[in-house]
Design a protein around this ligand. Structure first.
Ligand SMILES: [Zn+2]
Ligand SMILES: [Zn+2]
Length: 280
């Protein structure tokens, strides 16, 4: 038998990864990129959390410091120059939609794009100043009506999706993270899919949910089916907060997409270009 080892062809792209800059992830930009290069993935997008205002992140545990954006972009540009991934290493960022201050979000995204960020993820982590997915703020859920939180979330999500600010919507049903579920989420799925289709947005299939108490992909199977029915295209996302999480359980995402008839993933690149990568 031949002992020659053939390199596996690279496939799939991880379109959502974090670094130590945000204050709650483990590895440097260099370590994340090196791990991506050594993986079997075709490429990926580093998508650090953009700076947040002091009133929501006074301890700097959720987002990068405001002054760090230029050096973050430069570091990725320098790494890309010498990376075998070349243009398949994409400079991204994760932006927060603030329902109480959409103009703030607009400025945040404009600053990011002006600094050289190529792909912007749109995330709703906050309702008012409550970061409902933050484990340190989980006790607030007990004082809330779960159905009302979901209603508020999807109202905010639809505003975010139709704002024209984002390239991809992250973890679309994030309020389920800790297992707080509404009586019947279906009407939210239908409306969100309609709005996303109208806006021509990409949505993530995120395997981060598999690591959380909800223990399922974002979006849930029925939501994914509704998005697919509306011909939304999908990225794959680990939401890695450590290098070990890069490409985390992507086979589960591929399986879920195959089940709703999707055969390729979208990989957004510079200048609004999209590569279409076969899932199998
Ligand atoms: Zn994060
Ligand atoms: Zn993220």
């Amino acid at each position: 038998m031949s002992s020659q080892v053939y390199a596996q062809p690279r496939r799939l792209a991880d379109c959502h990864m974090h670094t130590v800059l945000c204050g709650h992830a483990e590895h440097s930009i260099e370590e994340m990129v090196a791990t991506l290069e050594a993986s079997s993935l075709a490429g990926g997008i580093i998508t650090e959390h953009l700076p947040l205002p002091d009133e929501v992140d006074s301890d700097r545990v959720v987002s990068m410091y405001p002054g760090e954006l230029p050096s973050y972009v430069t570091a990725l540009q320098v790494l890309r120059e010498r990376s075998p991934l070349a243009d398949n290493l994409v400079i991204g960022a994760e932006a927060d939609w603030r329902d109480i201050d959409p103009q703030w979000t607009e400025r945040s995204v404009a600053d990011a794009r002006a600094a050289g960020v190529e792909v912007v993820l749109g995330s709703v982590h906050m309702l008012g100043n409550w970061a409902f997915d933050d484990p340190n703020k989980i006790e607030l859920w007990d004082s809330k009506d779960v159905d009302e939180v979901w209603e508020q979330y999807f109202t905010a999500w639809c505003c975010a999706a139709s704002s024209g600010l984002f390239d991809v919507m992250s973890h679309p049903d994030l309020p389920k993270k800790f297992g707080y579920l509404p009586k019947d989420p279906r009407e939210y799925y239908v409306e969100a899919a309609r709005v996303a289709a109208e806006a021509g947005l990409l949505c993530e299939v995120s395997t981060a949910g598999l690591r959380k108490p909800c223990a399922e992909l974002y979006p849930a199977p029925l939501f994914l089916a509704e998005l697919a029915r509306r011909k939304i295209s999908f990225t794959l996302a680990s939401d890695a907060h450590s290098k070990e999480e890069i490409g985390y359980r992507f086979e589960s995402a591929v399986e879920a997409l195959a089940a709703v008839g999707v055969t390729e993933q979208a990989f957004p690149k510079r200048d609004g270009a999209i590569d279409w990568l076969p899932l199998s």
